[in-house]
Design a protein around this ligand. Sequence first.
Ligand SMILES: [Zn+2]
Length: 300
Amino acid sequence: MLEELDMRLAAFRWLAEKEASGRAAFSGRELAEGFLYKNRRITLKGQTGIWFPQGFSMPISITTRLNGPYKLDSFNSDRTWTYAYRGTDPDHRDNRGLREAMRTRTPLIYFIEIYNHFYQAVWPLIIIQDFPNSLCVKAMVEPAYKDLRPGFLMADVIESPMDVRRYVTVETRRRLHQNAFRELVIHAYDEHCAICNLHHPGLLDAAHIIGDTEEEGIPIINNGLSLCKIHHAAYDQNFIGIDQDYLVHVRSDILEERDGPMLKHGLQELEGWNIRTPQRRSDKPDPGRLAQRFKAFLSA
Ligand SMILES: [Zn+2]
């Protein structure tokens, strides 16, 4: 059992290291491959939503697949997630595994699919309530399990007060949504700047056309533009505007300036340029939002 806990913590560290290097989403394939722990392969996710790596007595992760364009997860007003059982038998091994994780206060990982086979990860997640009649459990983030070292004893863990859990859960979810917006928008543009076509994800941002007001639900891709750092800043500061026909306009005083190659090629020559848009019609920038934003550019 102790070994299983250590492997679980190793999984948290594996995710933390990837996240520290700037990763916001994980492919299903790399999660299924997992990592090596003392020459033993630990898989983080498999075919089923409630996942037990080989030899584990309790699940290591639960996964929510993308089930609708505006719903990333099932979040409740009491700042908890609801997670549905597997099937309708409360005594199915997977569902018993959730109950056992709750009883033993064992932290899990929550994977939320944001686009085809790409997942965001939330951890350490604990199951706080079981509802066998409604065939679901409730879960929250428990920060007390975040930085445990191998060999720790469960009995030594001091759990966080409920208000701390609520706060951390809400903050975690807010960050997930921001990251999801970035991932989804940049992915929709095939990792290119919509204006100059630059193809380096590390230099790209997801810019909002109309300021971020999405509190709930999935951020809307058609309110976003994948832009390189320079063009994001230039768009936000109204050096450039994009009209509802997807044409780039450069502010007149900028057009008249004389300076080096960045100004010339990076801004002035874009006048009249057609922006790159996503393949999927529903992902293309919303003309109504562009027009509204373009007004602000014209009056700048
Ligand atoms: Zn650019």
